[in-house]
Design a protein around this ligand. Structure first.
Ligand code: EPU
Length: 438
């Protein structure tokens, strides 16, 4: 149908604009009530890949309903395993694998799939996994994965955009990571599970998702200890020692942090259930400096109350247990309307300030100093605007900004949001937000 207003043909333009799904937020409503977080995306995806290690059936519970989870299921099915997903449970039957290649069409869509490299190499003695490539937030190299697997005795080459690793036998060794990369820690831990002898990963990532993964590997019959510290010890086992595993995915600390920040930014009083407060120490500490009143009414519950005007504070992202890079954009949305000036320093990624230009469209006063620091001068109030997200956490940041702003905000680029947040609008509506998707 042709849209014609005042004799002008608007069809081409409006068809394009209207075809893109958007979240519409009428800002200024305080979030009040109770919300429950889902299982952690960054844990569930890795455990799905780890299930490939055992020639058996594994069950992973409390899995969030996200596009990334369905894409990981596609990768695993492509390799020949069977995957059944019910609402929050994933059953993986990896008794028979038929392929050791994860193709570009699948891997290029989400980087987490690169973690099939370690289990495939260990189980099939070879793996061919597409290089995931960079993304909006940075180069995202894989040199530490490559070096670690080589140290375990694999031959690893890069050919026509694929990482090809082969090893008749992996042999345990001591591996020092130049930086505590999550992905490298995971790939090495999973490959080393079926290596001969002991592997020690020094300067390992210490994130809770690594601990969850190690617990899952141990439920398969693996022998991993020290996860959650800088040194992880993996005693290799034989293929026949592994069997089906069972695990509950830990709560998503990044979803929890997103709700906590939305509560503070909107002047709300929000109870967040199903969390592990120990995973959010850095976030709680920074939010307390910003004026949030945070309590722990039950071991798996946090309450965030905004009792005063939000105050500025400085943030530096660092590996866990430091302040997470994945909450850098969301916290910036709140600092943008804080009393005073904050300096936000990003040390994990080279290019993770994509939200800044969009926040400026909403009236934020943010100056970038190179790619690593942003000076955020708080304004009294953000103003609603049309904004576009460039990555998952930038999308969350724009939703938070919209919830706190005066007037209407329309957020596009929702494919990013759906990769990491399970029913976000529904949950926000239930605690008083005026938000819907069109
Ligand atoms: N790096 C290297 N070489 C490597 C590996 C990493 O230089 O071999 C660099 C990366 O380029 C990056 C930094 O080290 O600058 C951190 O990378 P890491 O390997 O720790 O990240 P990842 O495993 O690719 C996971 C999460 C990210 C999260 C980071 C950091 C998943 C699926 N992704 O990525 O989550 O930001 O750890 O905590 O677990 C998100 O959820 O929005 C997200 C991007």
């Amino acid at each position: 149908m042709t849209a014609r207003i005042s004799g002008i043909d608007h069809s081409a333009k409006s068809t394009h604009a209207e075809s893109e799904e958007r979240i519409i937020i009428r800002g200024g409503k305080a979030l009040n009530g109770t919300v429950r977080v889902a299982g952690a995306k960054n844990s569930a995806l890795k455990m799905m890949a780890a299930a490939l290690l055992a020639e058996d059936v594994s069950i992973i519970r409390n899995v969030p309903d996200l596009t990334d989870v369905h894409m990981m299921a596609s990768v695993i099915r492509h390799l020949g395993a069977k995957v059944t997903i019910t609402r929050n449970e994933v059953i993986i039957d990896a008794r028979h694998l038929t392929d050791f290649e994860a193709p570009y069409e699948l891997v290029s869509q989400f980087r987490a799939s690169f973690v099939v490299l370690g289990p495939l190499l260990a189980r099939c003695k070879q793996a061919k996994v597409s290089l995931p490539g960079g993304c909006a937030i940075g180069e995202r190299r894989i040199d530490l994965h490559e070096r670690g697997l080589k140290q375990l005795g694999a031959e690893v080459g890069i050919d026509h955009g694929y990482v090809h690793a082969t090893a008749e036998k992996l042999i345990g060794t001591r591996i020092y990571l130049d930086r505590p990369s999550n992905g490298a820690t995971e790939n090495i831990m999973l490959a080393a599970t079926l290596a001969e002898g002991q592997t020690i990963i020094e300067n390992a990532a210490q994130d809770p998702e690594i601990v969850n993964l190690a617990d899952f590997v141990n439920s398969l019959g693996g022998q991993v200890s020290g996860a959650g510290t800088y040194q992880i010890v993996i005693n290799g086992v034989n293929q026949k020692d592994l069997h089906g595993g069972f695990i509950d995915t830990i709560p998503d600390r990044l979803e929890a942090g997103t709700f906590m920040l939305a509560a503070l930014g909107t002047g709300g009083d929000l109870t967040i259930e199903g969390v592990n407060p120990d995973h959010l120490t850095a976030v709680m500490s920074k939010m307390a400096e910003m004026g949030a009143d945070i309590s722990v009414p039950a071991p798996d519950t946090l309450r965030v109350r905004a009792l005063t005007q939000v105050r500025a504070t400085d943030i530096t992202t660092v590996p866990y247990p430091g302040f997470p890079t994945d909450l850098q954009a969301p916290i910036m949305s709140v600092l943008a309307a804080a009393d005073g000036t904050s300096i936000v320093t990003e040390t994990i990624y080279e290019n993770r300030f994509m939200q800044v230009a969009e926040l400026r469209r909403m009236g934020a006063e943010i100056a970038l100093t190179g790619n690593s620091a942003a000076v955020v001068k708080g304004v009294p109030k953000l103003m609603g605007a049309e904004v576009k997200s460039s990555d998952l956490r930038a999308a969350a940041a724009l939703v938070i900004a919209g919830l706190t702003a005066d007037g209407v905000t329309e957020v596009t680029g929702l494919s990013h949001l759906d990769r990491g947040y399970d029913r976000l609008e529904e949950k926000l509506q239930a605690v008083g937000a005026d938000i819907y998707r069109r």
